[in-house]
Design a protein around this ligand. Sequence first.
Ligand code: ADP
Ligand code: ADP
Ligand code: MG
Length: 618
Amino acid sequence: MIESLLIANRGEIACRIIRTARAMGIRTIAVYSDADANALHVRMADDAVHIGASAARESYLVGEKIIDIARVTGAEAIHPGYGFLSENAEFAQRVINAGLVWVGPNPASITAMGLKDAAKQLMQQAGVPVTPGYMGSNQDPGFLAIQADGIGYPVLIKAVAGGGGKGMRLVERPEDFADALASCRREAAASFGNDHVLIEKYIQRPRHIEVQVFGDSHGQIVHLFERDCSLQRRHQKVIEEAPAPGMNAATREALCAAAVRAAEAVDYVGAGTIEFIADASEGLRADRIWFMEMNTRLQVEHPVTEAITGVDLVEWQLRVASGERLPLTQAQLGINGWAMEARLYAEDPERGFLPSIGKLEHLVLPDSLRVDTGVEQGGEVSPFYDPMIAKLIAHGSTRDEAIARLEAGIDDTEVWPVRTNAGFLGNLLRHPEFLSGDVDTGLIGRDGDELVHPIEAEVEELTEVAALLAASPGEGPWSGALGFRLNAAPHAVARLRDDAGAVYEVPLDEVNAAEPARDVLAFTGGFARRYTLDRHEGAHGGVAGDGTILSPMPGRIIAVDVAAGQTVTKGQKLLTLEAMKMEHTLTAPFDGVVAELNAVAGAQVQVEALLVRIEDAA
Ligand code: ADP
Ligand code: ADP
Ligand code: MG
């Protein structure tokens, strides 16, 4: 068994590898860039060596430096993780030439599977069903267009060197083919330094189903069943699960056997994944599942397989790399329950999923789940690398149980001020099609708008927040103007405003404030909101005990629901204001009469404009 290991990676996967290596008594050596000087993987490792500037090109992708550091620190082996150098055959060969152990497949296997066209040809020869299409070397645009006609639209143009969901174009009509081809080639040349493409039939109602395979250097290859990664956004995985919903025994057997054949065709050693695309328009059938590509490394979503099989895949990698036999035979492997993983990203779904970088001032990850992460509270999401914060992995005896646990974990997730997709993930887990197991790669695209929509703040949340804010001590910026005391004003209403600009009026009659606070963070179903007392109203009372309704922000009145002199009851809708692209309803703080009305539908109003004044009925 190897005794020391350099991890040529960062973030959650570096931490994940260190955890297992440590448990096996292996000394770990981390490498890090400028941006990662204080990163978790650096602190977790026994040793850590700086390798360069923040950009991956100058650090995690500089193979030579990494090999030098392995030599200097006496590391016996190198684990590449995923991404970065993990599928770089030339680097793998250099590691081996330097007399080090490469924790991965033979460089020849990486090369054979490295380009999608060559891999598909090889798989066809090995009797593995491949997605129908053209995967030859003729790259003439006219010729490719004729191939596309022959395949039948819609077709997918794919960069043969593509990865990470990049370098693909869906073409629905022949007249769009030439432009799509040109644009795909440009992107492929820029991203992968290779503009060759293949043309594939675009599978309808596609499901992404992949099989985990494992080989050792004694010629044994097993599979560890399938994973379903159909929940994708722009060809990138969002939620993964194992086993695949709706999988039957016969289809599973055929699929996993094909995966093992694929691995055998390249004498595969170590952990690998065979990705298939399935036409699920009539359920999962063995004759409608085709080879798509092989990833010759550990996969991001490997924990769901670990959860259902009880195998530590990193431990197997280290054993196999040390020359040991696979710890279990095919007959000893089985599926236990159901597992589901969600990728928690630092991104803002409400703003087109733009990455959200910065300091993780507040970070709470669920302790009820397996959480694979590379950051801690106080850490940083930097602009240099993939903005994944953590993977949340739930295991249950059934799919419903796994979903419920994952949803509860997302509900416990708190991140601020960095924005995340946690709420979006929660919405996804409640989606009826997803719940019924009727998944396909188009689901998120079809219902995207609804999925990003925040769920409403709960009454209990607002009441608690109001209590905390209203109890601000005398020195607070607006407390002097509060104009009421807790438990003393029967009609007191706190006006809260969240960071998105929405205003809420919360009765304070029965609350008892605990700790005073200036602003309060609240998390509901993964959605984060920061509340403050509405300052503008605050100037006139902070809490609308006096019945004045001020415009909480500049905007436009879109409806007025009351007339001057009208009797209103507490909570009754007075008017609707449109501001920051959202509608805000202003309601009566207590029973009374409309004593003053300055709001006119259609009018622009300034912040703090007095719109309505309600006089107490009593
Ligand atoms: P998986 O199938 O395991 O989700 P992907 O192929 O999407 O794997 O990529 C795994 C990881 O490797 C990604 O999270 C990303 O960080 C990295 N990666 C993959 N391809 C690229 C690429 N072309 N450029 C940069 N990073 C990549
Ligand atoms: P990458 O190397 O970027 O991971 P893949 O070939 O694995 O590229 O494809 C990524 C995703 O694109 C798949 O998971 C699937 O959602 C979609 N996809 C790929 N090929 C097809 C196809 N022929 N028909 C429909 N969808 C496809
Ligand atoms: Mg893929």
